[in-house]
Design a binder for this molecule. Structure first.
Ligand SMILES: CC(=O)SCCNC(=O)CCNC(=O)[C@H](O)C(C)(C)COP(=O)(O)OP(=O)(O)OC[C@H]1O[C@@H](n2cnc3c(N)ncnc32)[C@H](O)[C@@H]1OP(=O)(O)O
Ligand SMILES: CC(C)C(=O)C(=O)O
Length: 379
């Protein structure tokens, strides 16, 4: 595989940090611990439990998550590049810290009001401070993808000189394109020696998964994701899409137990109150749904005709539905499953009735099919 040296991809889950930052999502300590346990059971490699300096609840949740699952999975906390945030993270007991400070001119000018030299000093000082306290340090140059490239490379080298163990490259406002991101990550991998490069992509243009996979293809060995893609604005790269894409399309090894994806998605949806779109890849209820007669016929003969992966491998279900696009093979299967066996002429008549109901805009269930079919059963 061109550009790809390492075959196992580390899944860094930030559902409990970037995911929870989305307006309207505020989890209790108990909920966060429950989610963290599920993520650990599912086999993610790193859990970003929260931002310990941001509230008392976050501090407690981080501590509890560490106590509960710290022996199963690496638990990390987010921190600004200042001693107060880092100290709070250390006090929470975490052994890993994710230190960030922005590097783009727009963030320096309007938000941080710092010069580039001041930002480089902050990177060095704070990464070093966390390292001196024995932490595993991941450094993120926030808004990396809108940062002037030479300065970004200098920021990355500064963090590495200060002892950073991993460098995460965030596409903070989701403006990357996969080909550009591939080139950028190749360059960063080129200056990072043996340090792990990670990617963190937002979905403002619907490209978070594509950009994440491009980053992995370029040599990143870790990827930040959230369950169901929840997160700031249009969200983050979704765990289920990135995991399955990395595994099935690119052939990477991933430690996640993929058959737990659907249930995990449902659990996060229920706890956050954010519904999973019907058409969502991998975990949507229609991800393995079929109504069109030609598709249903193919799937019944061999599912791979119209399914690129099996519902079982992600814990989802195949759903054969009825409607105006149905064909005889699908109807026969639905009736056979209910123990109703009709001759071909009767099946055609049932199908015609179903189609005319659907033409009137009615939603057809297998119960409707049963009721109609029973009129044709001869005793
Ligand atoms: C791209 C991302 O997702 S970054 C993570 C964003 N996440 C969050 O903000 C969630 C948690 N945040 C919070 O709870 C609060 O914002 C806190 C506790 C961190 C800070 O709260 P406040 O002190 O009230 O400051 P406020 O949030 O209004 O402003 C941010 C301050 O941090 C500074 N800052 C922002 N990023 C960084 C950074 N990486 N390193 C150092 N300072 C930073 C800003 O310049 C501003 O400083 P100022 O108060 O001197 O002007
Ligand atoms: C803190 C960083 C990694 C972040 O969330 C972003 O830039 O989107």
């Amino acid at each position: 595989m061109k550009g790809c040296v390492f075959s196992t991809v580390r899944i860094f889950d930030t559902t409990l940090r970037d995911g929870e930052q989305a307006p309207g999502i505020d989890l209790t300590v108990e909920q966060k611990v429950k989610i963290a346990r599920r993520l650990a059971d599912m086999g993610v490699d790193v859990i970003e439990a929260g931002f310990p300096a941001s509230s008392e609840g976050e501090f407690i949740a981080t501590k509890k998550i560490l106590e509960e699952i710290g022996d199963m999975t690496e638990v990390i906390g987010l921190s600004r590049a200042n001693k107060n945030d880092i100290d709070k993270t250390i006090q929470s007991g975490l052994g890993s810290i994710h230190v960030f400070i922005a590097t783009s001119d727009i963030h320096l000018k309007y938000k941080l009001r710092m010069t580039r030299e001041e930002v480089l000093d902050k990177i060095y000082e704070n990464v070093r401070y966390a390292k001196d306290h024995g932490m595993v340090v991941e450094y993120s140059p926030e808004d990396a993808t809108r940062t002037e490239e030479d300065f970004l490379l200098t920021a990355v080298k500064t963090a590495i000189d200060a002892g950073a163990d991993r460098i995460n490259i965030p596409d903070t406002v989701g403006t990357m394109q996969p080909f550009k991101f591939y080139d950028l990550i190749r360059k960063i991998v080129g200056v990072a020696g043996d340090k792990i490069i990670s990617v963190h992509c937002h979905n403002d243009f619907g490209l978070a998964t594509a950009n994440s996979l491009a980053g992995l293809f370029a040599g990143a060995r870790q990827v930040h994701v959230t369950v169901n893609g929840i997160g700031e604005r249009a969200g983050n790269a979704s765990l289920e899409e990135v995991v399955m894409g990395a595994k099935k399309l690119f052939g990477f090894n991933v430690n996640v137990k993929t058959w737990m994806l659907y249930e995990t998605s449902k659990m996060i949806s229920q706890m956050t109150g954010v519904p999973v779109p019907y058409f969502k890849a991998i975990v949507g209820d229609n991800a393995f749904g079929h109504e069109a007669g030609i598709h249903v016929h193919g799937v019944l003969e061999n599912p791979s005709t119209y399914e690129p992966l099996t519902p079982e491998e992600v814990g989802n279900f195949r759903r054969i539905e009825l409607g105006k696009h149905s064909g005889i093979h699908g109807l026969k299967k639905i009736l056979d499953d209910q123990g109703i066996y009709l001759d071909d002429i009767s099946l055609r008549e049932v199908l015609a009735e179903i189609k005319s109901m659907a033409d009137r805009g009615e939603k057809i269930t297998s119960e409707d099919a049963r009721r109609i079919a029973l009129k044709y059963v001869t005793h």
